[in-house]
Design a protein around this ligand. Structure first.
Ligand SMILES: [Zn+2]
Length: 124
């Protein structure tokens, strides 16, 4: 294998054709490489900011498998766990419970839901 390979590539920043010496080269010049790097960093930041917003918007989507496994093994669930199982927000489930739509027991200050009862509630 020759070490001075010449590969025709398209610059990922300015889209110009150029001759690269390495397969990993992405840009036609140092200038483009620097700009491309900056652009990528900025896109990463935007993507991260969007992800954070996403987490705030729908925390349910980020429940871990471990948490689900714990819920599956329990007979009695807390409001939060029952909400996960029903795929509704804890606030919604609390409202249903206060409306008498859910079969729940109050233990101290906490609502407890028997898992076998969860399928029997009435939807609007
Ligand atoms: Zn370029």
């Amino acid at each position: 294998m020759s070490s001075n390979m010449q590969i025709v590539k398209i610059c990922e920043y300015c889209s110009k054709e150029f001759i690269a010496k390495k397969t990993t080269t992405k840009c036609c010049s140092d200038d483009c490489a620097k700009r491309f790097y900056k652009l990528n960093k900025r896109n990463d930041k935007i993507a991260q900011a969007e992800l954070k917003t996403e987490i705030k918007r729908q925390p349910k989507a980020f429940i871990t498998e471990a948490e689900i496994r714990v819920i599956q093994t329990k007979q009695y669930l807390t409001l939060k766990e029952a909400a996960v199982l029903l795929n509704v927000s804890p606030l919604t489930l609390r409202r249903w419970t206060l409306d008498g739509k859910m079969n729940a027991n109050k233990v101290g200050k906490k609502w407890m839901f028997e898992k076998i009862n969860l399928g029997l509630h009435i939807f609007n």
